[in-house]
Design a protein around this ligand. Structure first.
Ligand SMILES: Cc1cc2nc3c(=O)[nH]c(=O)nc-3n(C[C@H](O)[C@H](O)[C@H](O)COP(=O)(O)OP(=O)(O)OC[C@H]3O[C@@H](n4cnc5c(N)ncnc54)[C@H](O)[C@@H]3O)c2cc1C
Length: 381
């Protein structure tokens, strides 16, 4: 028997679920995508003028410790080795991020060894006898005042339009602090970029006779009839027509820069000073170092709260959003034959490897027990 499956969203989540169900030979899949392209927020395209592979919704780098996920994505795309390096520009000088031994020595004008740097930073840190109450306390207890103020305070305030003291500790809980000279941004075992971009990866995932794709088709709850099961990777609140209010997101605006020669000569520069209005500049040809662009293209990034017409990027997840989220979770539990998945279906920031992992697990669960599917592919809380 072939099961009739509807999938909403052609990002990595929708594409991996579609592919896994199609490969099982037991499902016929119809996938709907609101935009005029595949790949969701990972969408890349070749810029005609410069020849550069551009990342429309901000630069993406694949990094993971999950070897099964790494092996899986390589079935569908050739990955080139890529190590991401970021600098923070603060008061006209560049410093390596995440903060590492070289950052500490350059910033303080010292020549510490690892052990000396560790002891020195410990002496600058806020000592708390209780868990950090907010993002500022959390960062101060690992970086100390000077490093936090220089590299993160202004950046976070711009990224969130809120002072770090108003944000939950989780925002800064994952800021790495290194006492060696490793300047690679991610610490993961597997890191790379698909040679022909993320759109080609998603196209390859969806290239299966059991999958029918409709782009430029926005689906609402009322459209969902006659399916054995629906996988919804669009916004959770949109499914319920925002009946409980809007879940807050941050959106991004990109300002394009072009020049005949490299603009900043590296992939990403973060701007830590609060009086610089953009958060960072990404020069996209540096995400494909095996290619030579005809001209340089870079984007200044500005962050803002997301209005109804804007693209939602980062879930805000402050206390008020969590209250709204709890109400949507209760509503979702009363729905039948639907699973909310991916970054917007579960209202969480997730990296691409997590999106792939959760989609693989979600599809496997469906194939094992289709009548016993959870309403969320992962807990939104
Ligand atoms: C600026 C930025 C940079 C990032 N950089 C990285 C990085 O370097 N590395 C990394 O691992 N991760 C990165 N990520 C995270 C990455 O983008 C996500 O992991 C990934 O996009 C999740 O895929 P998804 O399919 O769950 O969601 P999406 O990619 O958002 O796909 C959902 C799709 O559903 C469609 N849709 C929504 N509603 C409807 C509807 N009603 N009807 C039809 N279609 C609908 C949307 O148009 C969208 O295409 C970054 C995220 C952002 C915001």
């Amino acid at each position: 028997m072939s099961r009739n499956i509807i999938i909403i969203g052609a990002g990595l989540t929708g594409a991996v679920i579609a592919r896994q169900l199609a490969d099982s030979g037991t499902c016929s899949i119809t996938l709907f995508e609101r935009r005029d392209h595949l790949a969701g927020n990972c969408f890349t395209f070749r810029d005609p003028a410069s020849g550069t592979m551009l990342h429309k919704y901000g630069p993406h780098i694949f990094h993971t410790n999950d070897t099964e996920v790494w092996t899986y994505v390589q079935r569908f795309a050739l990955f080139e080795p890529f190590k991401h390096r970021v600098v923070a520009r603060y008061q006209g000088r560049d410093y390596g991020l995440p903060v590492n031994l070289d950052t500490i020595n350059a910033f303080y004008g010292t020549q510490f060894t690892s052990d000396e740097a560790r002891a020195f930073i410990a002496s600058r840190c806020l000592k708390l006898a209780r868990p950090a109450a907010n993002a500022e306390e959390q960062a101060l207890s690992t970086l100390g005042h000077e490093l936090f103020n220089a590299f993160y305070k202004g950046y976070i305030a711009k990224q969130w339009s809120r002072p770090p003291s108003d944000l939950p500790a989780s925002v800064t809980a994952r800021l790495p602090m290194r006492f060696d000279r490793e300047d690679c941004y991610f610490g993961h075992k597997h890191q790379g970029q698909p040679r022909f971009g993320y759109t080609a990866l998603v196209e390859a995932l969806l290239d299966h006779p059991a999958i029918t794709i409709h782009t430029e088709t926005e689906i609402t709850r009322a459209d969902l009839r006659d399916a054995d099961h629906v996988f919804w990777s669009g916004p959770l609140d949109a499914y319920f027509d925002h009946a409980e209010g809007r879940l807050g997101y941050r959106t991004l605006r990109f300002e394009e820069l072009r020049a005949p020669t490299p603009i900043q000569g590296r992939a990403v520069v973060n701007y830590s000073d609060p009086d610089v209005p953009w958060t960072r500049i990404a020069e996209h040809s540096f995400f494909t170092p095996w290619e030579t662009p005809r001209e340089a293209v870079a984007f200044r990034e500005y962050a803002d709260d997301c209005g109804p017409e804007d693209e939602p990027f980062y879930p805000i997840r402050l206390i008020s959003e969590k209250a709204i989220l709890a109400r949507y979770i209760e509503r979702a539990k009363t729905e039948k034959n639907i699973t909310f998945a991916g970054r917007m279906g579960t209202y969480r920031y997730i990296d691409m490897d997590i999106a792939v992992r959760e989609a693989l697990d979600c599809a496997a669960q469906f194939l094992r027990a289709p009548d016993d599917m959870p309403v969320f592919s992962a807990s939104p809380i």
